[in-house]
Ligand binder design. Structure first.
Ligand SMILES: Cc1ncc(COP(=O)(O)O)c(C=O)c1O
Length: 436
């Protein structure tokens, strides 16, 4: 009896199979975030006690999707809404999104400027695919989420601007301006992942005005315009005193070049629902719709119809927002308070007052110090020290494209309890006491 007959398949030598795949497939490396989270998951599976701040997701024990949204989706499945959705998204949802955006930002996108798909990722991938030719320049700042991978996949040449803590890790017009004339696409994200920082309306306006000026020049020279990929997956999640700005609300003329990504994943704690949408000029949206259709990257029909009924219910949204904001705020406050106290006591840490998303930026300046006679040199050394000696799992900004060892880390508030956050500070303090 051969292996096959025994029910065992022989897939041959995996590394030579891998070596025979396309250049694009092989160029993609495992994301730095996944590498970190895999290690943490393995430790958790072994029963180790770890405060897991690496997860860009929500633990349903603390963050549930809105009750009304869950009920509407279940009802839609019950009615038999389980066939293919329309490729651009179900009309009731696109209408509901149009109204939702109008209520939120005062800008009216017609339904043909709204394309629904299975989350935020397809919007980003589709935008890259629709805009970027091999060799085209893609301009974005680091740290940022996944632009390096999308650029690589589409053959783009990345121009990476290193954003700094002084500007909340958001790129400034001064940094971007020298590259605007050569870029095919500019990628912005606010509130940002990994930083949780918000780009101000004034700041966004200045950048978009520069894009409009650049595009007027390109139009008269017969050149393709500079497109803007605007990732606002966390737009609904801003801390008190902060404001999220829609590009078209401040620079209406930019609407023709901007592809905005939004969805239920973060705003409504529904990362597994896979409902996202783009706000986009109809001609661009139609192309992205066609590209995504080949991957079947549609949002499930029942979830779209459930989401439509939910998004039409302004009260359900407002009630949910109050509850989710309070839960995030208490976590962020505990983190900020803990780091402020450490800094006040002279420990080499820094942090940014949280502005939005589900992320907190904290810095450990331990490079050149020693732990038990061992030199701490890199951000990976610091990450491992926090993980192994204090049971705290964080992601370095290097996983988001930062090249140097800056000591900045992302701490996610989505999958931890308030008690876990409070309890970790004595452990950080005791670890830092052991560092010379
Ligand atoms: C900034 C940002 N954009 C887009 C996405 C993708 O969202 P989705 O899970 O809906 O694909 C994420 C997910 O973590 C994100 O952090």
């Amino acid at each position: 009896m051969t292996d096959n007959e025994a029910g065992k398949l022989d897939f041959g030598d995996q590394s030579s199979l891998d070596a025979s795949l396309s250049i694009a497939a092989r160029a993609l490396q495992e994301s730095g975030i996944l590498r970190v989270t895999r290690q943490v998951r393995a430790m958790l599976a072994r029963g180790e006690k770890i405060v897991n701040l690496t997860v860009g997701d929500f633990d349903p024990r603390y963050f549930r999707i809105p009750k009304k949204l869950a009920e509407e989706i279940q009802a839609a499945i019950g009615r038999g809404e389980t066939n293919y959705p329309t490729p651009e998204g179900m009309l009731p949802l696109r209408q509901a999104i149009s109204d939702y955006v109008y209520r939120t930002a005062g800008v009216r996108y017609p339904v043909d400027a709204i394309v629904v798909c299975s989350g935020g990722r397809p919007v980003l991938y589709g935008a890259y695919r629709a805009v970027v030719n091999p060799g085209d320049k893609v301009l974005y700042s680091v740290p940022s989420w996944m632009n390096d991978s999308y650029s690589l996949l589409t053959g783009g040449e990345s121009i990476e601007i290193e954003a700094t803590s002084e500007t909340g890790f958001q790129p400034t017009l001064e940094q971007l301006a020298p590259h605007l004339s050569e870029a095919a696409m500019l990628c912005l994200c606010s509130p940002g992942n990994p930083t949780g920082t918000v780009m101000t309306a004034e700041h966004l306006t200045r950048i978009l005005e520069a894009v409009v000026v650049e595009n007027r020049k390109r139009e008269s020279a017969g050149r393709r315009p500079l497109f803007v990929l605007h990732d606002q997956m966390y737009g609904a999640l801003v801390s008190e005193g902060q404001k999220h700005t829609y590009p078209a609300a401040v620079v209406p003329e930019s609407a023709r070049y901007v592809i905005s990504a939004d969805g239920l994943s973060k705003a409504y704690a529904g990362t597994g629902l896979r409902v996202g949408w783009m706000l986009v000029a109809p001609a661009i949206g139609a192309r992205i719709r066609d590209i995504l259709s080949h991957a079947g990257a549609w949002a499930p029909r029942a979830e779209q119809l459930g989401a439509a009924n939910f998004l039409n219910d302004a009260k359900a949204i407002a009630d949910f927002r109050v509850e989710m904001s309070a839960r995030l705020a208490e976590r962020f406050d505990a983190m900020y308070d803990g780091f402020q106290k450490l800094a006040a006591d002279g420990y080499p840490v820094d942090s940014i007052n949280p502005q939005g998303a589900i992320y907190f930026s904290a810095r450990f300046v331990l490079h050149g110090c020693e732990y038990e006679g061992k030199l701490i040199e890199t951000d990976t050394d610091i990450r491992l020290l926090l993980l192994e000696q204090a049971g705290i799992a964080v992601v370095p900004f290097q996983a988001f494209g930062v090249k140097g060892d800056t000591g900045w880390f992302r701490l996610s508030a989505g999958a931890v309890s308030l008690d876990e956050i409070r309890d970790m500070f004595p452990r950080i303090r005791s670890l830092l006491d052991r560092v010379d």
